[in-house]
Write a protein of this length. Structure first.
Lengths: 370, 526
């Protein structure tokens, strides 16, 4: 007899993992607000706005990394275009934030500033309903899902895989970037969306709003981890892993890999959309450079550094690489690309299982020695 | 009608007065009123007399004076009668003739028009070319005369055009009709703009002439469109040649090792910087032979890029055998390191690589269609490299080994092909060809640290469309993509063209997942 879904979800993580998640959420939802609002700024335990924005941003990246790991680590499909889905989610939510500016923009018009600048008289059709939070929240999920479905259906149907697939996803995000760079596309050209004022009627820069967004991001990340660990342990996840390891054999047994690949591909894109929507209000800007192929490849390195095929790995990787990036770009800006490039090389050559794999190896050695 | 007769009379009178200039006209050059001066200049021009050139030149050089009631030319301490050219005694107190800006412009035009009668064909040609853009209706009789005397076919053709343009302002509808008909044969945008006013009622009262003008503009338009599309197709061909140089190497390494080298674009960059380095060396040590830096750069770029390729293969790619997706990431890392290294070594700005003088200019096929030499040479160079690669792959032992490893690595190894060494050689070869692509690219676009990034996606598309392991696929795909994208760009803009091509490729792969030319074989999985 199958157990109810809630039980199966609860059972997908062991006691230690639930404990870790609980500590993480308690930190994000209780400790961080207290340390930001209550602890005086001169105290060593005070958390600055910079820190909250940085960690909030990296949690969004970690969410993307988990989404990437679902298709790469478990599905064996390396996407070099995941930045596109992230940016689509961001742009969808950015539309709402642009509408929330209202008449407070520099032209005091109902239209977003860039449209006034282009001398547009009314909103384009795809902006319809962008002032409604509910509709935009739907778009955040639906747009990446639709793009992923259409593209994935044709790509997987003709059994494009391996490096071919990777290259085509890269071309996809590159083409989308060019499209969004155009002013006529209707998404602000190369400036994108910025100068947001409020979200759901409250100021977007107030400490309280920041903390709420921070907390929401933490919850989304935790929920994604729980969902992903259930998914990969379900029958679906097992078939997916089998497709990764021997697609032809899975086909010969009678499964059609198309729908398995397509499902995980669309889920992954939707998760990226959520991450993008949480990212934009915290960082305060979205522009087409988020879709550049270089950004998408960086997502892959977060996963590789942490360890693919594990769920905690991508989170660790996203934090490690991005903390290193924010330190490097401040202290040694000219060496960051050298470091990132060497990271790509060293991780693929020496650490195929990432930091998590390294940890496991060390533990095993310790265990063998004891 | 009376006007035409007048013109004829004028022509006849000036023809008979060939021997010397009319003193009255010459003296009028010194008139008080500017309009009188202009009239005199125009009349003198109509004579097409070499003496008129002499007088007008003197006037332009401010050496025309008025002594009493006669115009004289004073050159240093000598004086001449302006009308006859005979030396005379230095007049007592000559008055200088004022030449204001209006007169100066008129003089310049007159002198230019009179050059049509110069004995030197080259001078006449230059003058006729210059007249194309500044012809006025008053010049019509002069042009008619020049046309009569002209024997050189090329100059004659230009004069016909100039004459027709001048005649567009003629009072006689028949003359205008003939002019429009003559102009309809051309294909230049300037002639089209000259004809445009005649297509409207305000500009052309006569219906017949107007319809003729409309038809002429249409005819010119269609010829312009053809020229434009031919031009686009040609720039597509040269883009395709660059893509081919990029994709050839990529296709070889992908065919042999099954990996895609994300740093391939940076190997193009290495080749381009090697060209820059060679140019710097020639500037410093062999400035007299600077034009020959480019041939010298070809081997330099090949070996520089091949060396980088060998180092990459030996240190990184070799250790990732069979892990194709990770190779993608590792080579991406290499590309980041190479880009940053170029920034540190040469600066983040683009460096300047000049075309050698023998590569500048182009062949003019139509007035608005010039095929630049640098692009023609690049197309030829790509064909040459293609030929060399074809010989190498099909006629040498190394090529045979490379093909063997491409088809079946395990089997090739079993019969004694040193697969590891072939990998290195193939990778070096692919990198070297990319370096050659960099030489070509340095001649038509900017050389900077990021230059390789723009070509990498396109090169991959060539490999994807062309299929793996055969040169023919890469050739057709590169030229096809190049021409197709340039033509599309002309109609729809660069961005839409890029997106359309991507969509087209995805649809194409639905039908031919292995590319245009698939290797025949029975594989389930690789």
């Amino acid at each position: 007899m199958r157990k109810p879904l809630t039980i199966r979800i609860l059972a997908s993580l062991d006691r230690k993992a639930w404990l870790a998640l609980g500590v993480f959420l308690a930190f994000a939802l209780i400790a961080v607000p207290v340390m930001h609002l209550v602890v005086p700024p001169e105290s060593a335990f005070h958390l600055s706005t910079y820190f909250i924005t940085l960690i909030g941003k990296i949690m969004c990246y970690a969410l993307v990394a988990v989404a990437m790991d679902l298709i790469w680590g478990y599905g064996g499909i390396l996407s070099l275009g995941h930045g596109l889905f992230f940016a689509l989610g961001g742009y969808a939510f950015g539309m709402y934030l642009m509408r929330q500016i209202g008449r407070d923009g520099s032209y005091q018009s109902d239209l977003p500033d860039f449209m006034v600048f282009l001398d547009w008289k009314e909103l384009p059709w795809f902006w319809t309903g962008s002032d409604s939070f509910g509709w935009v929240a739907f778009l955040v999920l639906a747009v990446p899902a639709l793009v992923a479905f259409v593209f994935g259906y044709f790509a997987f149907r003709s059994r494009i895989k391996g490096v071919y697939f990777s290259i085509i996803t890269q071309a996809l995000t590159y083409a989308a970037m060019l499209l969004f760079f155009r002013n006529e596309t209707g998404f602000g050209g190369n400036n994108g969306f910025t100068d947001f004022k409020r979200v759901l009627g409250v100021s977007i820069t107030s400490p309280e709003t920041r903390l709420v967004l921070f907390g929401l991001t933490a919850i989304a990340l935790a929920a994604t981890l729980v969902f992903a660990s259930w998914l990969v342990k379900s029958k679906f996840g097992r078939v997916l892993t089998a497709i990764r390891d021997a697609e032809s054999r899975v086909m010969f047994i009678g499964y059609n890999p198309l729908w398995y690949k397509l499902t995980i591909w669309v889920i992954s894109a939707m998760l990226c959309g959520i991450a993008g929507a949480l990212y934009v209000p915290q960082v305060g800007i979205i522009n087409p450079s988020e879709m550049s192929p270089a950004n998408s490849i960086e997502i892959a390195i977060w996963v590789a550094v942490g360890g693919r095929g594990t769920l905690i790995g991508p989170v660790i990787g996203a934090f490690a690489v991005n903390l290193a990036k924010s330190w490097f770009t401040v202290s040694f800006p000219e060496y960051w690309l050298f470091f990132l490039g060497l990271l790509f090389i060293v991780v693929t050559l020496m650490l195929p299982q990432g930091l998590v794999g390294l940890w496991k190896k060390l533990m095993d050695k310790k265990g063998a020695a004891a | 009608m009376t006007k035409t007769i007048l013109v004829f009379l004028l022509l006849a009178s000036s023809l008979s007065a060939r021997a010397a200039l009319d003193p009255a006209q010459v003296n009028q050059l010194a008139a008080e009123d500017s309009s009188d001066k202009v009239a005199a200049i125009q009349q003198l021009t109509q004579t097409a007399d070499p003496d008129a050139v002499r007088v007008l030149k003197a006037m332009a050089e401010d050496s025309l004076f008025l002594a009493g009631d006669k115009a004289v030319i004073i050159d240093g301490d000598k004086a001449f009668n302006a009308a006859t050219g005979a030396a005379i005694e230095m007049p007592a107190n000559p008055e200088s003739v004022t030449v204001n800006n209006r007169i100066r412009g008129e003089l310049a035009n007159a002198l230019a028009a009179l050059k049509l009668f110069d004995p030197e064909a080259a001078v006449r040609l230059a003058s006729a070319q210059k007249l194309q853009s500044s012809v006025s209706p008053a010049m019509a009789p002069l042009l008619a005369r020049a046309l009569e005397k002209e024997s050189d076919a090329k100059i004659k053709a230009l004069l016909v055009l100039a004459h027709a343009q001048a005649n567009l302002g003629n009072q006689d509808p028949e003359a205008r009709m003939a002019a429009v008909k003559a102009l309809a044969e051309t294909s230049s945008p300037t002639i089209k703009s000259v004809l445009l006013p005649l297509t409207e009622k305000a500009g052309e009262p006569d219906d017949k002439v107007r319809y003729e003008a409309i038809a002429a503009v249409k005819a010119i338009d269609s010829r312009l469109a053809i020229a434009e599309n031919v031009g686009r197709a040609f720039s597509g061909l040269s883009l395709g040649s660059i893509l081919l140089l990029g994709a050839l190497g990529l296709a070889i390494t992908y065919g042999v090792m099954g990996i895609i080298n994300m740093a391939h674009g940076e190997l193009l960059m290495v080749g381009a910087y090697a060209t820059y380095g060679m140019q710097t060396v020639f500037r410093a040590y062999l400035p007299d032979y600077l034009d020959w830096y480019l041939p010298a750069a070809i081997p330099a770029a090949f070996f520089a890029a091949a060396l980088v390729g060998v180092v990459m293969e030996r240190t990184v790619i070799r250790w990732l055998y069979g892990r194709t997706l990770e190779t993608l990431l590792a080579t991406w890392g290499i590309s980041l390191v190479l880009i940053q290294a170029a920034r540190v070594l040469f600066g983040a700005q683009n460096v300047e690589v000049a075309n050698p003088s023998w590569m500048s200019g182009g062949i003019e096929i139509m007035p608005n269609l010039i095929l630049p030499w640098n692009r023609i040479i690049i197309v030829g160079f790509a064909m040459f490299v293609l030929f060399l690669v074809w010989v190498l792959m099909n006629k040498t032992r190394l090529g045979m080994f490379v093909r063997a490893v491409t088809q079946n690595r395990a089997m090739a190894g079993c019969v004694g092909v040193p697969t590891a060494r072939i990998d290195t050689m193939a990778f070096a070869l692919g990198a070297g060809i990319a370096g050659l692509g960099g030489v070509a690219l340095s001649q038509i676009s900017n050389v900077g640290p990021d230059m390789g990034q723009g070509y990498i996606v396109d090169s991959f598309m060539v490999v994807v469309v062309g299929g793996v392991g055969q040169l023919a696929g890469a050739v057709w795909a590169a030229l096809g993509l190049g021409i197709f994208s340039k033509l599309l760009e002309g109609w729809a803009g660069a961005v839409i063209a890029k997106i359309a091509i991507l969509v087209a490729i995805i649809i194409f792969i639905q039908k031919r997942p292995q590319g245009i030319f698939a290797l025949k074989g029975r594989f389930v999985d690789n």
